[in-house]
Unconditional design. Structure first.
Length: 230
């Protein structure tokens, strides 16, 4: 669609062989997943179009697909309490990553509410050979979403992207101006990045500047508790 500079209409998609009636006949969760995926893809195409027109920046199709799947993943996790999908399978085959489609024991994981008076920022970093990205969701003690960010980042791998997600989350907290008004939990998914956060001796020298920037932001935010998602 980028090549012809247009957003596909319903008639255009039907002429191209897309069976919209099959999508609209889906029920409940499956329909929600389809609608989230379509919305994320359209938004990613629109952003890519703006970059191409105003910044002369052209994304490869692989990068565009990565950004679409990244935004869709974040929104699915928001809609279904962080545990509707397995992230590893999401990148391999989105249609096979639902927990209830796997031949395994029932999954009992769920998003854990923060203590009374706390806010919780779940962040994640993703990377492929073509692109890297990060995202985060901020919720209060009742699970209400108060902030959300997805987008590309300038990281060299998934661990760096995870650290970048933490920094972006701290920037969001600073911009909103919540210093001292609430205690913050920042929860990440990478065990490697979490070990770096806990033990300074394990931090690679290449990430020295990143951790310095992070600590400076933490000082601006106030009390921040870092945790690892189970």
């Amino acid at each position: 669609m980028l090549a012809i500079d247009r957003v596909p209409t319903k008639d255009f998609l039907v002429k191209k062989g897309v069976h919209l009636q099959n999508i609209m006949n889906l029920h409940s969760t499956r329909k929600s997943l389809w609608l989230i995926a379509i919305a994320a893809a359209c938004w990613s195409v629109w952003l890519a179009r703006n970059e191409m027109v105003f910044e002369r920046k052209v994304l490869s199709m692989d990068t565009l697909i990565f950004h679409s799947k990244m935004r869709a993943l974040l929104r699915v996790r928001v809609a279904f309490d962080e545990c509707m999908v397995q992230e590893r399978l999401w990148w391999l085959s989105s249609s096979k990553c639902k927990f209830d489609s796997l031949n395994s024991k029932p999954v009992t994981l769920s998003w854990r509410y923060p203590p009374h008076g706390w806010l919780k920022f779940n962040v994640s970093g993703m990377a492929t050979e073509e692109a890297t990205g990060c995202g985060g969701v901020l919720r209060d003690e009742e699970g209400t979403i108060t902030a959300l960010f997805p987008g590309p980042c300038d990281a060299i791998d998934a661990y760096s992207a995870e650290l970048g997600a933490i920094i972006t989350a701290l920037d969001v907290i600073i911009k909103i101006g919540w210093r001292g008004s609430n205690l913050i939990i920042v929860e990440i998914g990478s065990q490697v990045a979490y070990n770096w956060l806990l033990n300074k001796d394990r931090r690679p020298w290449s990430q020295h500047t990143t951790f310095t920037d992070m600590e400076r932001r933490q000082a601006c935010v106030g009390e921040v508790a870092l945790s690892k998602a189970e």
